[in-house]
Write a protein that binds this ligand. Structure first.
Ligand SMILES: CC(C)(COP(=O)(O)OP(=O)(O)OC[C@H]1O[C@@H](n2cnc3c(N)ncnc32)[C@H](O)[C@@H]1OP(=O)(O)O)[C@@H](O)C(=O)NCCC(=O)NCCS
Length: 147
């Protein structure tokens, strides 16, 4: 059976989809398509994406991962995040409260706010929704399979 979705680097034609997915989650448009990987359906349309950002602290951050609502629960977010973890070795992020169980399921653990780059944490600073969002800094290090 063909895979439901496959991963590939984002391209310019994806931009309207990706920014619409961001808008739907109350997030800003993507600053660029650099280090953005999409999950595409059989028609080549993006159904979700992950954007990775290298912090001034030298660590890679998920900022953000979003799956279109109609595609949630099919392993898209997990595939994108685990691919990124394999690529980068370690990932840090600030999880929205609603997404914490997703990251926990993938083995992410809480970390200190100081471990996350300020370019990421500053998105929470002064956010009027912070009290109800319960954002949580989290991280995970990739453990390679034994040969
Ligand atoms: C969080 C998000 C990316 C998850 O994507 P997804 O494709 O639905 O997740 P997956 O199908 O890959 O789920 C992987 C596992 O996590 C679990 N999971 C996913 N979301 C969950 C949630 N909200 N609560 C509990 N478990 C969850 C799934 O059940 C699955 O576990 P299983 O293997 O035991 O069945 C998606 O819900 C989303 O785009 N949310 C809105 C944007 C957002 O909040 N992004 C995170 C920003 S910090």
């Amino acid at each position: 059976m063909d895979a439901l979705f496959t991963l590939r680097p984002a391209r310019e034609a994806d931009r309207p989809y990706l920014n619409a997915y961001c808008y739907g989650e109350g997030m800003d448009n993507l600053p660029s398509l650099q280090d953005v990987t999409v999950a595409q359906n059989a028609d080549g349309e993006p159904v979700g994406f992950i954007r990775l950002a290298l912090g001034a602290n030298g660590a890679w951050h998920v900022n953000p991962v979003v799956v279109h609502a109609s595609w949630r629960g099919h392993g898209v977010g997990q595939a994108l995040t685990e691919w990124a973890l394999t690529e980068k070795g370690e990932l840090r992020l600030v999880a929205r409260g609603q997404a914490v169980p997703f990251y926990e399921r993938l083995g992410f653990v809480p970390c200190s706010w100081e471990d996350v780059d300020t370019a990421v944490t500053e998105e929470c600073d002064g956010c009027p929704l912070a009290a109800e969002c319960h954002p949580k800094p989290m991280c995970k290090r990739h453990i390679p399979d034994r040969p």
